[in-house]
Design a protein around this ligand. Structure first.
Ligand SMILES: Nc1ncnc2c1ncn2[C@@H]1O[C@H](COP(=O)(O)OP(=O)(O)OP(=O)(O)O)[C@@H](O)[C@H]1O
Ligand SMILES: [Mg+2]
Length: 161
Protein backbone atom coordinates (compact mmCIF):
# COMPACT_ATOMS: atom_id res chain seq x y z
CA UNK A 1 0.00 0.00 0.00
CA UNK A 2 1.30 3.44 -0.90
CA UNK A 3 2.41 5.65 1.98
CA UNK A 4 -0.20 8.20 3.01
CA UNK A 5 0.97 11.60 1.93
CA UNK A 6 -0.02 14.44 4.27
CA UNK A 7 -1.82 17.08 2.22
CA UNK A 8 -0.25 20.47 1.70
CA UNK A 9 -1.90 22.67 4.32
CA UNK A 10 0.21 25.81 4.35
CA UNK A 11 -2.81 27.81 3.18
CA UNK A 12 -4.57 27.04 6.50
CA UNK A 13 -4.07 28.79 9.82
CA UNK A 14 -1.55 26.78 11.90
CA UNK A 15 -4.12 26.26 14.66
CA UNK A 16 -6.37 24.15 12.39
CA UNK A 17 -3.78 22.19 10.41
CA UNK A 18 -3.76 19.26 12.85
CA UNK A 19 -7.54 19.10 12.72
CA UNK A 20 -7.47 19.01 8.92
CA UNK A 21 -5.26 15.91 9.10
CA UNK A 22 -7.75 13.93 11.21
CA UNK A 23 -9.59 10.97 9.67
CA UNK A 24 -12.71 11.91 7.71
CA UNK A 25 -15.21 10.66 10.31
CA UNK A 26 -13.57 12.76 13.05
CA UNK A 27 -13.57 15.84 10.84
CA UNK A 28 -17.24 15.34 9.97
CA UNK A 29 -18.06 15.06 13.69
CA UNK A 30 -16.19 18.28 14.42
CA UNK A 31 -17.91 20.12 11.57
CA UNK A 32 -21.33 19.03 12.86
CA UNK A 33 -20.64 20.04 16.47
CA UNK A 34 -21.55 23.44 17.92
CA UNK A 35 -18.78 25.98 17.74
CA UNK A 36 -18.81 29.32 19.53
CA UNK A 37 -18.36 32.41 17.35
CA UNK A 38 -17.68 35.44 19.51
CA UNK A 39 -19.38 38.15 17.45
CA UNK A 40 -19.34 41.56 19.22
CA UNK A 41 -22.96 41.62 20.46
CA UNK A 42 -22.70 38.09 21.89
CA UNK A 43 -19.40 38.92 23.63
CA UNK A 44 -21.03 42.03 25.07
CA UNK A 45 -23.92 39.99 26.52
CA UNK A 46 -21.54 37.43 28.03
CA UNK A 47 -19.65 40.32 29.65
CA UNK A 48 -22.90 41.70 31.08
CA UNK A 49 -23.72 38.28 32.50
CA UNK A 50 -20.26 38.16 34.10
CA UNK A 51 -20.90 41.55 35.69
CA UNK A 52 -24.25 40.38 37.05
CA UNK A 53 -22.69 37.22 38.47
CA UNK A 54 -20.21 39.29 40.49
CA UNK A 55 -22.86 41.70 41.74
CA UNK A 56 -22.67 42.15 45.52
CA UNK A 57 -25.59 40.73 47.47
CA UNK A 58 -28.33 43.26 47.97
CA UNK A 59 -32.02 43.33 48.80
CA UNK A 60 -33.16 43.40 45.18
CA UNK A 61 -30.69 41.83 42.81
CA UNK A 62 -30.52 43.09 39.21
CA UNK A 63 -31.59 40.91 36.34
CA UNK A 64 -31.37 40.79 32.56
CA UNK A 65 -33.97 39.96 29.92
CA UNK A 66 -32.49 38.80 26.66
CA UNK A 67 -34.94 39.03 23.77
CA UNK A 68 -34.37 38.08 20.14
CA UNK A 69 -35.97 36.19 17.28
CA UNK A 70 -35.72 32.42 17.15
CA UNK A 71 -32.33 31.03 16.05
CA UNK A 72 -30.71 34.31 17.05
CA UNK A 73 -28.12 32.80 19.40
CA UNK A 74 -29.64 33.47 22.84
CA UNK A 75 -29.22 29.90 24.09
CA UNK A 76 -25.70 29.76 22.64
CA UNK A 77 -24.77 32.86 24.67
CA UNK A 78 -26.18 31.31 27.82
CA UNK A 79 -24.33 28.05 27.16
CA UNK A 80 -21.05 29.88 26.53
CA UNK A 81 -21.50 31.73 29.83
CA UNK A 82 -22.52 28.57 31.72
CA UNK A 83 -19.45 26.69 30.48
CA UNK A 84 -17.31 29.37 32.08
CA UNK A 85 -18.88 28.65 35.47
CA UNK A 86 -19.28 24.90 35.69
CA UNK A 87 -20.40 23.22 38.93
CA UNK A 88 -17.66 22.28 41.36
CA UNK A 89 -17.90 19.20 43.56
CA UNK A 90 -16.76 20.09 47.05
CA UNK A 91 -16.15 17.74 49.98
CA UNK A 92 -19.68 18.00 51.34
CA UNK A 93 -21.70 19.61 48.57
CA UNK A 94 -22.03 20.58 44.97
CA UNK A 95 -21.40 24.26 44.17
CA UNK A 96 -23.44 25.44 41.19
CA UNK A 97 -22.73 29.12 40.46
CA UNK A 98 -24.91 29.29 37.33
CA UNK A 99 -28.04 27.19 37.03
CA UNK A 100 -29.77 27.02 33.65
CA UNK A 101 -33.36 25.85 33.45
CA UNK A 102 -35.28 25.28 30.25
CA UNK A 103 -38.81 26.58 30.75
CA UNK A 104 -41.13 23.58 30.28
CA UNK A 105 -43.64 23.64 27.44
CA UNK A 106 -47.06 24.62 28.79
CA UNK A 107 -45.44 25.96 31.94
CA UNK A 108 -47.02 26.10 35.38
CA UNK A 109 -45.36 27.05 38.66
CA UNK A 110 -45.20 23.39 39.66
CA UNK A 111 -43.68 22.30 36.34
CA UNK A 112 -41.16 25.12 36.60
CA UNK A 113 -40.01 23.98 40.06
CA UNK A 114 -39.81 20.38 38.85
CA UNK A 115 -37.60 21.53 35.93
CA UNK A 116 -35.49 23.52 38.38
CA UNK A 117 -35.04 20.50 40.65
CA UNK A 118 -34.08 18.37 37.65
CA UNK A 119 -31.47 20.97 36.64
CA UNK A 120 -30.11 20.82 40.18
CA UNK A 121 -29.81 17.04 39.85
CA UNK A 122 -32.31 16.45 42.65
CA UNK A 123 -34.29 13.20 42.70
CA UNK A 124 -37.79 13.33 41.27
CA UNK A 125 -40.45 14.39 43.79
CA UNK A 126 -43.48 12.27 42.89
CA UNK A 127 -46.89 13.76 43.70
CA UNK A 128 -45.52 16.55 45.89
CA UNK A 129 -47.58 19.64 46.58
CA UNK A 130 -46.47 22.93 45.09
CA UNK A 131 -45.59 24.37 48.51
CA UNK A 132 -43.28 21.39 49.26
CA UNK A 133 -41.56 21.53 45.87
CA UNK A 134 -41.06 25.26 46.31
CA UNK A 135 -39.48 24.80 49.73
CA UNK A 136 -37.19 22.00 48.52
CA UNK A 137 -36.14 24.14 45.55
CA UNK A 138 -35.31 27.17 47.69
CA UNK A 139 -33.37 25.02 50.15
CA UNK A 140 -31.36 23.36 47.38
CA UNK A 141 -30.69 26.67 45.60
CA UNK A 142 -29.19 27.93 48.85
CA UNK A 143 -27.20 24.80 49.70
CA UNK A 144 -25.70 24.54 46.20
CA UNK A 145 -24.69 28.21 46.27
CA UNK A 146 -26.54 29.13 43.07
CA UNK A 147 -25.72 32.76 42.33
CA UNK A 148 -27.49 33.08 39.02
CA UNK A 149 -30.60 31.41 37.67
CA UNK A 150 -30.96 31.47 33.88
CA UNK A 151 -34.41 30.63 32.54
CA UNK A 152 -34.32 29.79 28.85
CA UNK A 153 -37.51 30.13 26.83
CA UNK A 154 -37.95 29.13 23.24
CA UNK A 155 -39.92 31.29 20.85
CA UNK A 156 -42.75 28.75 21.09
CA UNK A 157 -43.03 29.22 24.90
CA UNK A 158 -43.54 32.96 24.47
CA UNK A 159 -46.13 32.45 21.75
CA UNK A 160 -48.07 30.06 23.99
CA UNK A 161 -47.91 32.10 27.17
N1 LIG B 1 -22.36 32.60 18.87
C1 LIG B 1 -22.61 31.58 18.06
N2 LIG B 1 -21.60 30.85 17.56
C2 LIG B 1 -21.81 29.83 16.75
N3 LIG B 1 -23.04 29.40 16.35
C3 LIG B 1 -24.11 30.08 16.79
C4 LIG B 1 -23.96 31.22 17.68
N4 LIG B 1 -25.19 31.69 17.94
C5 LIG B 1 -26.05 30.89 17.30
N5 LIG B 1 -25.42 29.94 16.60
C6 LIG B 1 -26.06 28.88 15.78
O1 LIG B 1 -27.44 29.17 15.65
C7 LIG B 1 -28.24 28.13 16.23
C8 LIG B 1 -29.41 28.73 16.96
O2 LIG B 1 -28.96 29.44 18.11
P1 LIG B 1 -29.76 29.38 19.47
O3 LIG B 1 -30.32 28.03 19.71
O4 LIG B 1 -28.85 29.93 20.51
O5 LIG B 1 -30.94 30.40 19.16
P2 LIG B 1 -32.03 30.99 20.15
O6 LIG B 1 -31.98 32.49 19.99
O7 LIG B 1 -31.86 30.47 21.52
O8 LIG B 1 -33.37 30.45 19.49
P3 LIG B 1 -34.78 30.11 20.20
O9 LIG B 1 -35.42 31.44 20.54
O10 LIG B 1 -35.55 29.36 19.15
O11 LIG B 1 -34.50 29.28 21.42
C9 LIG B 1 -27.30 27.36 17.15
O12 LIG B 1 -27.68 26.01 17.28
C10 LIG B 1 -25.97 27.50 16.44
O13 LIG B 1 -25.85 26.53 15.42
MG1 LIG C 1 -33.02 29.16 22.66
Amino acid sequence: MADYEAPELSHLHPSVRDTARLPANERVELIRADRWIGYPRAVEVVARLETLLCWPDKQRMPNLLLIGPTNNGKSMIVEKFRRGHLPVTEADRENIPVLCVQMPSEPSVLRFYIALLAALGAPLQPRRRLADVEQISLKLLRSTGVRMLVIDFTDRDLCCS
